[in-house]
Design a protein around this ligand. Sequence first.
Ligand code: SF4
Length: 332
Amino acid sequence: MENNKVLLEVKDMKVHFPIEKGIVITKTVGHIRAVDGVSFKIREGESLGMVGESGCGKSTTAMAIAQLQPLTSGSVWFEGVDLTTLTKEELRRARMNFQIIFQDPFSSLDPRMTAINIIAEPLKIYAKKGIITLSAEEIEKKALSLMEKCGLSSSFRDRYPHEFSGGQRQRIGIARALSLEPKLILADEPVSALDVSIQSQILNLLKDLQKEFNLTFLFIAHDLAVVEYFCSTIAVMYLGFIVEKTSSENLYKKPLHPYTQALLSAVPLPDPIKAKKRKRIILKGDVPSPSKIRKGCPFVERCSKAMEKCVSEVPHLKEVGEDHFVACFLYE
Ligand code: SF4
């Protein structure tokens, strides 16, 4: 994997939302720092998992990569092209190569469209714009083949979303995301709205599709067991920052950042003896507001190992072991 070419590179990406006050005359009184200086690379064929609590900036990162959310600063490079500099038309063409699978299969599908039309829609739009050349018959054939590949019988083609179960709806969403033959899939919590029994079926489907279509994934989840199963590399996010990034194996064997250690201590273990022996780390308080201006480490208020320096200086992500990056003064 290390020799594979870099498909996506995010450089110092910040996404801040203004907080406005006033009814007639509005005034910006602060900013929500949803993403606050995130950098990472994803190589071809890799599955990078991004984990963290709700509101830590994972989904905003995915939306900003897809250019569906403007960046406050930084850049997003896909196959060596900075997406933030593209015109609307150039971006439309580039978007064929990266598609999103959304969390909620209930609200992400148009209830007035049949399954076949939902899957074929991106193809129809790109064919109409002259970006791809496919006849109506070819589009239909491709959409039906994708339905089958995603585990849906083509006899369901004219059913509407409400006639499918949650798992089947997510399969439609996956087929739609694959219709333009993307290289990168931005999967935003693709299984968290599904029953546990269905989650593993969808994860297995995504793994099979990854092999068949040589897909690269940015896989966002809050469930560490899900990313351990699916991802080769994991980035842990906290309050808009990546605090640790390493291989899935390293992270589970030897988590370094105090936040990662706390997250992992809460993952249920199947072995009751091991579970009894393990010490659960309970974090103090709640995640602080991302609108608060802070000088030091974003985790300082909740960290049991905080030092004086942590209050006034921001730790940056540094390589402290082979392919193991952590943003914490304990490892300097
Ligand atoms: Fe804790 Fe300091 Fe490390 Fe931040 S830098 S995680 S406050 S020890």
